[in-house]
Design a protein around this ligand. Structure first.
Ligand SMILES: NC(=O)c1ccc[n+]([C@@H]2O[C@H](COP(=O)([O-])OP(=O)(O)OC[C@H]3O[C@@H](n4cnc5c(N)ncnc54)[C@H](OP(=O)(O)O)[C@@H]3O)[C@@H](O)[C@H]2O)c1
Length: 424
């Protein structure tokens, strides 16, 4: 099988390296000889850590995607264009395509799947969510007959690293972010990670597969972690929780609910033990019960390992004259975040005087939000901090409560609102 690789950075370069080192072993195990014959990059002049014959390298990615001598294409460029057009070209010319490009899949995945179905070839993307962790294939194949209730994932290593440092080393958000940047876990512009965009793209991909319905990144309700304070982390710890950025996809009353937000999760929950830049996805199925898949969610080699698995799968299918089981699902019926039912953590700064607690409690009561526990810390400035955990309430009612609290003179500021996960 002649493989054309588009992009030779972290992922493409690691794949080329893996294939060079393991082609013989792969041939013995699978009966497939995989040979990288052409590699497209932006600049052929750039120095690379991988060894490639000069004749193999080109800056004309289009010529690789359309090369009749190439059997399979791996797209490892990233972003929407030119990746989208190159993949469409390759599929139309009958080549299976492997990609790790979550941004592309979460935005125009349906168009690509339609093109793959029309051409009768594979479009595989195991590496797009959870890097080296096998997630897509277990969901699509091993759990094909399972009724998935909910998927909750820590799918962004950068934010998990920052939150781990905040809770374990007492670091502030900005110090933990700076540390992640120094260690190469966070980009110089960390917006896509810390504001939850990357996790939302992955959430859309997972939901589409788990529920067999089209979900795009823009459908996902999204909040990031930049508003999480050391005080939130400390309260969570005291109350028996840790704070994690979760991507949650669930099916409720025939509707698909997709959201990414920081959440308080019980310390005893398996996801609470996922530290530093590791990823994990917790799957709840009706018959299978609880499952968790854990590992390195990023990095050139772990991601290339998942790409290689797809490559072998696609090559097998091509040799046997078929493709996998891709189908073009219909659009999901989405459930609004307003309908979410959860426990909530609410943190307020109020005037430290008699009667304030009663007026705050009245606002909760007016909106039918019942308080499960409350802590009060007096602060030096004549203010008090009130921390509430509610019983299960509806998001819409909790938002109305916050609106009501903002109108009270005695409420000086409203800090974080965090959903307590595992209580619904
Ligand atoms: N890195 C990870 O840990 C990870 C994990 C999961 C998924 N992914 C996904 O994998 C994909 C690749 O990520 P990466 O980290 O490997 O990116 P990267 O290191 O930035 O590499 C991108 C590669 O694409 C090449 N390229 C850019 N524009 C091109 C064009 N117009 N034509 C041909 N080649 C072009 C670049 O060429 P030059 O080398 O000449 O600049 C470079 O080799 C992305 O979709 C990413 O989301 C990455």
């Amino acid at each position: 099988m002649r493989v054309g690789v588009l992009g030779c950075g972290n992922v493409g370069g690691a794949l080329v390296q893996l294939l060079a080192a393991d082609a013989q072993a792969i041939a013995e195990r699978t009966g497939l000889t995989l040979e990288v014959t052409r590699v497209a990059v932006r600049s052929t002049a750039r120095e690379r850590s991988v060894q490639l014959p000069e004749s193999c390298l080109t800056s004309d990615a289009e010529s690789v995607a359309n090369d009749p001598d190439i059997d399979v294409i791996v797209e490892a460029i990233g972003g929407i264009e030119p990746a989208r057009s190159l993949i469409l070209d390759a599929l139309k010319s009958g080549k299976p395509v492997i990609t790790a490009n979550k941004e592309l899949l979460a935005n125009v995945g349906a168009e690509l799947v339609d093109a793959a179905v029309a051409a009768g070839v594979d479009l595989l993307y195991e590496a797009a969510v959870g890097g080296g962790i096998p997630l897509i294939r277990p969901l699509r194949e091993s759990l094909a007959g399972e009724r998935i209730i909910r998927i909750m994932g820590i799918v962004n290593g950068t934010t998990n690293y920052i939150l781990t440092r905040m809770s374990e080393a007492g670091a502030s958000y900005s110090d933990a972010l700076a540390e992640a940047q120094t260690l190469g876990f966070a980009e110089r512009d960390p917006t896509a990670d810390v504001e939850g965009y990357d996790a939302a793209a992955k959430c859309a991909i997972l939901a589409s597969i788990a529920f067999g319905a089209k979900v795009v990144a823009g459908d996902v309700y999204r909040e990031g972690i930049s508003g999480i304070t050391s005080a939130d982390i400390a309260y969570a710890d005291r109350l028996g929780y840790v704070i994690k950025l979760l991507a949650i996809a669930e099916q409720v009353e025939g509707e698909v609910a997709v959201r990414v937000h920081p959440a308080m999760i019980m310390k005893t929950h398996p996801l609470a033990a996922v530290r530093e830049s590791f990823n994990a996805v917790f799957i709840q199925g009706e018959a299978v019960g609880d499952l968790m898949l854990y590992g390195r969610g990023a990095g050139g080699m772990p991601t290339a390992s998942a790409v290689l698995g797809d490559l072998i799968d696609a090559a097998h299918n091509l040799r046997s004259g078929g493709s996998g089981r891709a189908s073009s699902p219909g659009r999901a019926t989405l459930r609004s975040i307003d309908e979410l039912r959860s426990q909530y953590y609410i943190n307020l700064e109020v005037a430290d005087r008699t009667g304030v607690l009663a007026s705050v409690a009245t606002v909760f009561g007016e909106h039918g939000v019942s308080i499960r526990s409350m802590e009060q810390d007096d602060e030096e400035s004549g203010e008090a901090r009130l921390v509430f955990i509610t019983h299960i309430a509806r998001e819409r009612d909790v938002q109305a409560t916050l609106h009501g609290l903002r109108e009270l003179d005695a409420v000086h500021s409203i800090g974080s609102l965090l959903r307590v996960v595992g209580s619904e």
